[in-house]
Ligand binder design. Structure first.
Ligand SMILES: [Zn+2]
Length: 166
């Protein structure tokens, strides 16, 4: 089972490397929901991510994601401690924080030019992210970090590019 998962991961990672120019160190934008799930499942994000991606990673977040955790209160204190250790990427909402899901979407724009991976458990956010081509998604399921398979938008994009080069 484990080997199968690793093979699948390798295939997905090559897809993003080859078609969307993802390079090390891989940039992973993490939100509070992911940290919370990792904590619950005793997953060490910092240890697991480089293994999973078989390369160097940079874990990052935004000020909005941090602020959101603060407002959600004590229950998420542990998640906040984890998230605080990550690099804070500049978003456009420094003075007026917005919900983390909206902030992360704004970090990607229409084409994810900075090649972010997104790590979240927020379903409405992942639905929106799947509309943007070239956004690899991490989530936690059954005590494990999983990289989602490429979205239809990503596959369509790649197909269009390939047809264009014929
Ligand atoms: Zn923001």
């Amino acid at each position: 089972m484990k080997i199968k998962r690793q093979k699948q991961a390798k295939k997905n990672i090559s897809f993003y490397k080859y078609n969307f120019s993802f390079r090390e160190p891989f940039q992973i934008l993490v939100d509070g929901t992911f940290c919370q799930a990792a904590l619950k499942n005793k997953i060490q994000i910092k240890e697991q991510m480089p293994k999973y991606l078989m390369g160097e990673v940079q874990l990052c977040t935004t000020n909005c994601a941090l602020k959101e955790l603060e407002t959600l209160g004590k229950e998420l204190y542990g998640a906040k401690i984890i998230l605080q250790r990550y690099q804070v990427r500049r978003c456009a909402h420094f003075k007026d924080p917005i919900p983390a899901s909206e902030c992360l979407l704004s970090m990607l724009g229409k084409t994810n030019p900075h090649h972010y991976f997104i790590a979240t458990q927020d379903h409405s956010l992942t639905t929106a992210l799947k509309e943007i081509p070239g956004v690899p998604l991490f989530y936690i399921i059954l005590n494990t970090i999983v990289l989602d398979k490429p979205s239809q938008a990503s596959l369509d994009y790649v197909q269009k590019v390939q047809l264009g080069s014929w």
